[in-house]
Write a protein that binds this ligand. Sequence first.
Ligand code: ADP
Length: 520
Amino acid sequence: MASPKSAAFSVSAVRYLPRDPVIAVKILFASSEAAPLIKTGGLADVAGSLPRTLHDQGDDVRLVLPAYPGVLKQVSSATLVAELQVPAHGGPVRVLTAQAKVLPLPLYLIEAPGLFDRPGNPYVGEDGNDYPDNAQRFAAFCHAIVALALGQADSWRPDVVHCNDWQTGLVPALLSKEWQRPATVFTIHNLAYQGQFDRATFDALQLPADLWSPDGLEFYGQFAFIKGGVAFADMINTVSPTYAAEICRPELGYGLDGLLRYRSDRLVGILNGIDNQVWDPAGDSHLPAHYDGTDLTGKTKCKAALQTRLGLPNAPNSVLFGHIGRLVPQKGVDLIIDILPTLMAQPGTQLVVLGSGDANLEAALRTATREYPDRVAAHIGYDEGLAHLMEAGSDVFLMPSRFEPCGLNQMYSLRYGTVPVVHKTGGLADTVVDASSRALLDGSATGFVFDHPDSDGLWWAVDRALELRRRPSVWWEKLVRSCMRQDNGWHVSAERYRELYRFALDNPAAAPIPEIHKKP
Ligand code: ADP
């Protein structure tokens, strides 16, 4: 990989983007999931709330999603606008427009018989494995997005196509071959998921042959959808400034750090926002009682309701720790299991966990609930309502992620006055201020931050939280109120994205020069 180019602005320097009055741009927002229509993780939260915020603020933004059955059930007036033939897919690919009460902005849905009409998780079959034809499925999705981007499927033609994660990664690569194309922005929500497939799949997809190159999609003998975004988009961003810097280093670059350093003049970090309407302790429909920073009585009722719901004894004075997330090594739930004996040795501690994923981690959690039936409860599965109740009812939220591009749960915790304990990485480092004595005194503290993602590091932070709980309650209440004052709503970051769109429009990237042309 070539050495880094001189940087027009650094990876964390989104503040240097031009702040001219923003001209209205038309944005096509492309994602494989968007809450509340279809959700497996944080990407859905962002794809549901960022375009809606832009739309509510007057931008001409449309969202394109695959037409999964669960999505079709929630929309009205789905109308066929185009029937496309895309490479390597036998049947037609249909572009529908639709409206959804739960996600009020213009929607395009991509229907492709045999590809998206499967219930349940959008990427994984009932056997728990990735669908074997995911490359075909999301290549077809990308071709449909390209058709929309070029105005070939509908009369509306966007100025910017905003792609998200590997499922839309081919779009910037395919559009780079067009003379008259919209600007492209590619957001990396998690670099660990790359959409890697083999050479035979590349051939079967009938992608342009020159994309099989180290400067194109080729990736250590395979090819990766995500490289289409990283190598070809006009602008690339990740979901926090710290993660933008971290992925430029080998430890978290997953083999793409060289390319990201090379493109660092086009890489920025923009912190995700949260949907302040959906996640609002003062009006959350999933909660039995409401509260805000001026009156926390409702939080105590939520704690009791959470204990009852998960079969724990009502113990108003316990220190109730919570964790929600995909049970994968990234999230560090194994560290929580490691410190459990020490945590349970402290009087009055309880732990509740909500998540699903790795079978060994699920089994370890079930064992813990049997070992400490009155102190530990785990709900293995996915439950949106319970997630809200846990954010409200817990006292402390554990987020020991080994890496975390942005993380949403720590921001939900802040809003719900549930003090986060986080590893200093990615968006966790950018959103939580450690409760040092000075920060506690000046009111800037919002949680407990530890440096080393191991059980000692986690315990060090948890122990400090317990120590603060033992002090007169005014200290803890002061911390809770500081958490609740932090505003992580989308309004700030939506403005950063507008700047990013403008910058991408004004600064089209030249396609990387294929190796063959570089030789004398
Ligand atoms: P990631 O995208 O890596 O999964 P984030 O913290 O960015 O992590 O976002 C996770 C989102 O998914 C949050 O809204 C979280 O509440 C939700 N979530 C994760 N697991 C579950 C679960 N088992 N039940 C309900 N919500 C969940």
